[in-house]
Design a protein around this ligand. Structure first.
Ligand SMILES: *[C@@H]1O[C@H](CO)[C@@H](O)[C@H](O)[C@H]1NC(C)=O
Length: 231
């Protein structure tokens, strides 16, 4: 019920904003379609970032990605992979309401797809065939994707989405054992695949994702704003 109320609130509030700058647009049938139209009318060049979440995703990691990429200027869309709910209870109890269900995001183009970790949140992500197809499409298109904590091992490695040695993940033996020569760095950037270790490295992870999309100068500026030292 809470989910419905929140979704309804999103439906009610967003079309008003659209009408203000384009009265000819009709009401969209879902919050997601509305968000797409907003970006195409008001912010043509915005890069689009998808953050899939599940029950028991890690909330620090989730919000580091969404917060930091938003600061860079991206349009960030959070998508639930849970079949029946947009509201996901995170690994330490925080409830996060996704913008859309993953099926609504599946046929869109994303400049970046970035996965939080957390267990068994990462298993839900791994088990979502729609998300895995999207990540494979991202890989084939030569576009960036990222994962932190459990997700590099549980999601990316499991599905052949890490193609070179030297990625990283949460430094627990069961995760590391599945990886090919994992690095001890906080963040690993290998072409289009960005991986990181866990909650404490998530700001650096998100800054590396931002750098991938917007360049080093922009990343240095956002790092200074966040009081994060990257040296
Ligand atoms: C993921 O799928 C496997 C295999 O079907 C199953 O054993 C496991 O419980 C699933 N994990 C979650 C978190 O749903």
């Amino acid at each position: 019920m809470i989910t419905r109320v929140l979704a309804l609130a999103a439906l009610v509030s967003r079309p008003l904003a659209i009408q203000a700058f384009n009265p000819t647009l009709s009401f969209a049938s879902s919050p997601f379609q509305t968000a797409v139209r907003m970006s195409s009318t008001s912010t043509e060049m915005k890069k689009r970032v998808l953050v899939p979440i599940a029950e028991d995703s890690e909330e620090i990691e989730t919000s580091c990605i969404t917060d930091v990429l938003t600061r860079f200027g991206a349009e960030v869309v959070v998508a639930s992979v849970m079949p029946d709910n947009l509201v996901c209870k995170m690994s330490r109890g925080l409830k996060v309401c996704a913008d859309v269900h993953i099926e609504e995001a599946a046929n869109e183009d994303w400049d970046l797809i970035s996965l939080p970790g957390g267990m068994p949140g990462a298993e839900h992500l791994r088990n979502c065939s729609t998300l895995i197809q999207m990540l494979k499409k991202q890989q084939q298109a030569g576009k960036p994707y990222g994962a932190v904590c459990a997700s590099p091992a549980v999601v990316l490695q499991t599905h052949g989405l890490i193609t070179a040695p030297g990625a990283t993940c949460y430094p627990a033996p069961p995760f590391r054992a599945t990886m090919d020569s994992p690095t001890d760095e906080s963040v690993s950037v290998q072409d289009n695949v960005v991986t990181s270790q866990g909650p404490g490295t998530s700001l650096l992870f998100a800054l590396a994702l931002g750098e991938k999309l917007y360049g080093k100068e922009a990343a240095d500026k956002i790092a200074a704003e966040l009081l994060v030292s990257r040296t």
